[in-house]
Design a protein around this ligand. Sequence first.
Ligand code: TMP
Length: 212
Amino acid sequence: MGFFITFEGGEGSGKSTQARILAQRLRAAGREVIVTREPGGTPLAERVRERLLAEAPKLSPEEQAVLFAAARADHVEQVIAPAIERGEWVVCDRFADSTHVYQGAAGANMALVEALRSVAVGECEPHLTFVMDCPVDVGRARVAARTGQDDPFDRDGDAVQQARRDGFIALAEREPWRCILVDASQSRDAQSEAIWNGVQDRLVRPPMARAD
Ligand code: TMP
């Protein structure tokens, strides 16, 4: 069996960069690694991504959650679960925690969000999740620097972005056996080091016991 690692966090928190760096280090250490992202990762899920991001402002948080989950179910079935079964490492830029936090912060019915998670994810929960945390204004400045790549969620106001930040921090506190909070305002190298050490501690050495 392989390992499933996810990166979560707000806009401009550096998830994609750190996912790529981790994959390079794992490959250099001789592991087979797939880097993927959500929404996306399969032809169908990439089409859902395109439509969803274009239409998001017109959709209720529940409608968004259903579409993210539909894309996720395909991604898990076609890509993530088979790779883990083959003994590979899967590094994914966003996963089900993003629905919990983004659609949750927008007021989605959480019973629906939980039900969708169990349908789309099933047993394929991440072994380790890095929650990339930085102040809203730091993330916003990074998004502004990558011209032409923002989406409707990037344009939400500070109060919404802060609610998401709080939601991700709460997630890391609620599930410490799975999550590691990373200070994403430190240098890129310091973040990579914290992430690499986290992988060694949690996955290469024996995993932490669950609290419940
Ligand atoms: P990205 O910018 O990280 O590629 O993600 C696309 C946007 O979709 C991002 O603004 C966060 C949002 N999103 C959700 O709202 N819910 C989800 O479940 C996922 C995976 C992403």
